[in-house]
Ligand binder design. Sequence first.
Ligand SMILES: Nc1ncnc2c1ncn2[C@@H]1O[C@H](COP(=O)(O)OP(=O)(O)OP(=O)(O)O)[C@@H](O)[C@H]1O
Length: 748
Amino acid sequence: MVMENGVGHENEPFEEANVLDESEATQAVQVALNIRPLIPLERVQGCNDCITVVPGEPQVQIGHHSFTFDYVFGRAATPLPGIFDKCVKPLVEGLFHGYNATVLAYGQTGSGKTYTMGTGYTVGGSTEGVIPQVMQTIFKRIETLKHKADFQLRVSFIEILKEEIHDLLDPNPPSTEYIFGGGLKALAVGKPPIQIRETTAGGITLMGVTEADVKSLEEMAAYLEHGSLSRATGSTNMNSHSSRSHAIFTITLEQRRKWDPLPDGGSPSPEDCGEDYLCAKLHLVDLAGSERAKRTGADGLRFKEGVHINRGLLALGNVISALGDEKKRREGGHVPYRDSKLTRLLQDSLGGNSRTVMIACVSPADVNAEESINTLKYANRARNIRNKPTVNRDPLAAEMQRMRQQLELMQAELLCARAGGPSNTEVQMLKQKVAWLEASNMDLRRELEEARERIDAVSECALESQVERDKLRIKLDQLRSGKTFQELDDGLDVQTDNMLKEYVTRIQELECELQQMQHARVPFYTPPRPPSSTSSRSRGESTAGPGFGVAGIDGDIYLRTGEFSGEINTESLLNEFKRTSGQGNLDKQLRELDKRLERKQIKLFVRPDGVSAKQHLEKKMTELEEDKNYLQTERDNLLVELESNAQSSDKNTQKFQEARLHKLKSLKVQIAALNNKQEAWSQYLRQQQCSDGDGKRKSKETHEENEPQELQMWSITTGLKGFFQEFMPRNLLYRCFFGHRQTSFKFS
Ligand SMILES: Nc1ncnc2c1ncn2[C@@H]1O[C@H](COP(=O)(O)OP(=O)(O)OP(=O)(O)O)[C@@H](O)[C@H]1O
């Protein structure tokens, strides 16, 4: 058995990483073998399959010959669609990185080249071929990359027929005349023939060929179809629709990559900031099939076509041989590219800077065995060709772009320097710092959110337990007053439970609102307080630092002097008024709530324990006395200040005087209220002292008799509640009624 393995078998697959690696040296031409199935004509002729694919290997056997390729497709091997994914897709990817690429279908006539390449594409027809899949992939890729680069696509479609290049997309094709025996002869009218030119960079271009701009897949597909229909085809004994020319469909992709800021938001270094201008070409070549006149039955024009086809393919074979001979290659031996237009056009693709895949198409029929072996040998030689892919940049455009961006950066730096602002490096550092701070801010926010959730859960628990505790206290008090368990259960129904819950929640909400409002307030001056007078602090006062402010009771405003120096800010006064008005509403709501609570509690709770109530009242009386004394001192101080400033004509001092007068009025009202309450409590205490002896004997039976006393108690406690509402912070008020039930209960 003859092993026809390629010499350079260390071929690397086209992987994305390779595509990006510009430093890569040479890359061998990849060869894929595509074995089509037996076609009906061959079956009719009773042909047998003569090619065996080695399972799991890219290897085939035909007769006593064995060939190894990079890939084998068709029949028992990987199915046809795999050709695009495995061989062609990486080339399309490379196109977007600036690499030229060529896909070349080679094979005997009727071996399936046009079928595989999809060159005979018609709109709405099969998209299985390589070219339709290439087009789809390119447009999908552009869609995903359009924010990073501006793309421009062009297509050209030519055929080489009898050593002449024809433009298949020419909108005004040369006149043609029908020639007897089939085929069309072009009559060139005016337009100069298409010429092959070598660029200064050594690339090959075609002068005078139509390059159509395309914007959409549909447009490109229409050009492909148009060119396919214009291509010269004819019927032979081996293929009823035989291509009589070599066709090259070329897609040119130009891209101007937009300036891409670094992921951390910074800007690239001046060397790195060049906007890339890349221009790469993908040649999709459907060669005419090699043929033997004896078998194709070609004569006349067909025969002449066949001669030209074979001549072009022979020249290609010579180029492949020259390139595949390592010794010749090392010695820099001659490669006969100029022997045919085909080889001249494929100069870049074979031994040039392109990435190239050859798809060798064969028929498995035993009648074609000899030609199939020739194709396999031909393709096997191609594996020895080494190309040197390079990124195709427009050096001038790239340089201009780089310089433009460098200029922009320097202008920005100059502006910063002139404005005395931070340098570019400092800006970068600050940006990094900002990014870091933003990240840690996010972390902290998340933690805060978690903590809030935990607090909510704990608050819920606390609420439940507070309600439970209050219920138990009520029960305990009721038991002490002689109620039975049955009565307790009847008394504390679900409704009561809900009501308690509602109250506790509402009070918590109000406390919360109050705290928020207190935080939002402007700082006030707080004069030094006597140690035991916390309960006498006016609503709206704050313990914050010195200043001048207004504090209000139920929406009333009064001004209070402090260590104020400077002018009165009328706007802040107005704002404060608005806030205190809001607080007035809040106070009203709280009082309303308390009244409802008292009414309920009067119904629910047993009568108070006279002894502890008395002690508590005595304590409160002392506190009340202290508060009164404090208010009187404040009043006296105010009077002194008023007198000393009475003669002043200063505008500000006059304003202060007015405020002081207002405050004085308010203090007088408060002192009078305290006197009233003191009087009420003294009266109650006297009553308590009188009834102290028989107070302990009070029982359930005498409950109705004591109703007037209980109501009297309520009126006293309502007075006390009023006092606490006026002089106690809200949280203390709540604690007074719920937190220290034992004490507060006596006043409810
Ligand atoms: N993979 C395949 N599966 C089924 N039928 C195929 C396959 N490949 C080719 N054929 C059929 O084989 C016949 C010849 O195919 P095609 O025209 O593509 O050959 P060709 O190599 O381009 O020939 P020529 O060089 O003469 O143009 C067509 O009828 C085509 O439908």
